[in-house]
Ligand binder design. Structure first.
Ligand code: MRU
Length: 349
């Protein structure tokens, strides 16, 4: 039972057309009904794609952020004030979305490379832009390798013949390729351990209903779509053996921000005695925050909740919530599986 991963698109690639750098992303706003790609050499378009969720998911927006820095470097290379232009663009790119730390992490990684080259060898701007292109290619390869490692570690935790419930899309579409939570699913499926995935719809944007079910069905993994308010009854019926979700930012104590609704799923999982796993790369862990109280939660447009306003009705639309560490059975990373409280001690000892 090998998942048909060749049926899944590459979420984001960097390539050259007649020597011009191009960033190519599947437009996730149009899925599941239309498979179309955005192609651009303009870093501002990549920022717009991040803000409007054409590209989304913490690792994928990290790569997109680095790719935007790369495009801005090519643009700035023709100007005397290269460094100032690059820094101004990087600041805008880094703040395109606030919650997923992978975006800031990737932008800073790109900017550190640029700063090192400018300082050490006094490299020309054009050479820095070329190096940033190579860095993006490397980050894309690295992300897939990291996800495959997360998948192997996570699959080992699951029982035979299991059904997994997931929330949002922490799949291949949320990463360069393969996925974090769905990486665990793909690895378990390949090992013949996984019977089915229950995908929460994930209101309001429907990452589960539109993206997770599309991705899993293309990969040939049995998937059942449920509305968010059905998770409790599916668990009560004994249909779920484990919950596996992704993460946008994990604080030093293991508190985890992920798509809105994840907290509710974690509370339910605890109630029904179902293990609740978070699968995420180390780049999602933010040791600068002691706990989840410091995580900035993105507030998005009311129109995502209520497309046509109703006079007199206020709408809230926090895009993420924070699951406290005590509700998380384990955090699955590319270097192993950790109790939330042990993250800092084990990973950066
Ligand atoms: O708003 P989104 O779609 O970017 O939110 C995505 C999530 O919350 C994912 O679960 C998270 O980024 C992990 S992706 C591997």
């Amino acid at each position: 039972m090998v998942p048909n991963l060749e049926n899944l698109p590459r979420t984001i690639v960097v390539e050259r057309r007649d020597a011009v750098p191009v960033v190519r992303m599947i437009d996730q706003r149009l899925l599941p009904y239309e498979e179309a790609y955005l192609e651009t050499s303009d870093w501002r378009m990549v920022v717009d794609a991040i803000k409007t969720l054409a590209v989304r998911g913490a690792p994928a927006i990290g790569v997109a952020g680095a790719a935007a820095v790369m495009l801005s470097a090519y643009e700035a290379a023709d100007f005397d004030d290269f460094s100032q232009r690059l820094s101004a663009a990087a600041a805008e790119i880094e703040h395109a979305r606030p919650t997923a730390v992978n975006l800031a992490w990737a932008v800073r990684r790109a900017m550190e490379l640029a700063a090192d080259m400018a300082r050490d060898g006094g490299e020309e701007p054009a050479a820095i832009a070329e190096a940033l292109f190579a860095l993006c290619e490397e980050m894309i390869r690295e992300d897939e390798a990291v996800n495959r490692a997360i998948g192997r570690y996570g699959a080992a935790l699951l029982p035979d013949n299991c059904a997994v419930l997931t929330h949002c899309n922490a799949g291949s579409l949320a990463t360069a390729f393969y996925g974090t939570a769905l990486g665990v699913v793909y690895a378990a499926f390949e090992q013949g351990k996984l019977r089915r995935v229950y995908s929460d719809e994930t209101r309001p944007v429907g990452q589960g209903a539109r993206l997770t079910v599309w991705e899993l069905s293309r990969a040939g993994v049995p998937v059942t779509l449920i509305c968010d308010d059905m998770a409790a009854s599916v668990m009560a019926a004994g249909k779920v053996d484990a919950v596996v979700v992704g993460a946008d930012r994990i604080a030093a104590n293991g508190d985890t921000a992920n798509k809105i609704g994840t907290l509710g799923v974690a509370v339910l999982a605890r109630h029904f005695g179902i293990p609740f796993y978070v699968a995420a790369p180390r780049s999602t862990i933010d040791l600068s925050l002691a706990d989840g109280a410091g995580i900035v939660i993105e507030q998005r447009s009311a129109a995502e909740v209520l497309p046509r306003p109703i006079p007199g009705v206020d709408v809230e639309n926090p895009a993420f919530d924070v699951t406290p560490a005590h509700l998380i059975s384990a955090i699955i990373t590319e270097v192993g599986v950790f109790a939330p409280n042990d993250l800092e001690k084990e990973l950066w000892k």
